[in-house]
Design a protein around this ligand. Structure first.
Ligand SMILES: [Zn+2]
Ligand SMILES: [Zn+2]
Length: 141
């Protein structure tokens, strides 16, 4: 069990194997993306089944932090940046240098989803480039 900061509850992290990515990779990139994904899947940690994030923490025992503090999360506000870790007030994103913003939980989930989608786009684009490269190599022989 892990405590999800976003959902404010204990949850069992889950891993979901994305067959669509695996099969598409098989057909479109001769398996290159598929194997990359299998390796990625092997190493990636479980995610919260509710908000799909990896924002683990420890529940605050004392309820003094109740007023609004629990309903926002400090994180990198930059949609184009893949960083989804929780930051502290005044922190700077380790990846893109944006100042952390306190984002309402619901919005932060949306933001994390967009960031994760960005990551996948990058992987798929990379797969496409590799495919083109393979074709060029085949064509030149
Ligand atoms: Zn969650
Ligand atoms: Zn960032």
């Amino acid at each position: 069990m892990k405590y999800c900061n976003n959902c404010q509850r204990w949850i069992e992290p889950i891993k979901r194997f994305n067959w669509a990515v695996f099969l598409l990779g098989l057909f479109l990139t001769l398996g290159i993306v598929s194997w990359g994904y299998v390796i990625y899947y092997f190493f990636m940690g479980g995610r919260c089944p509710i908000c799909n994030s990896q924002n683990w923490g420890i529940p605050s025992a004392k309820g003094e932090s109740g007023k609004g503090r629990l309903s926002t999360v400090w994180m990198c506000p930059n949609e184009r940046c893949e960083d989804t870790s929780e930051l502290k007030e005044g922190d700077i994103c380790p990846r893109c240098g944006s100042a952390a913003e306190d984002i309402p939980i619901l919005k932060s989930i949306e933001l994390v989803n967009r960031k994760v989608a960005k990551r996948w786009n990058k992987i798929l684009i990379l797969g496409g480039l590799i495919l083109i490269l393979v074709f060029l190599l085949l064509a030149s022989t």
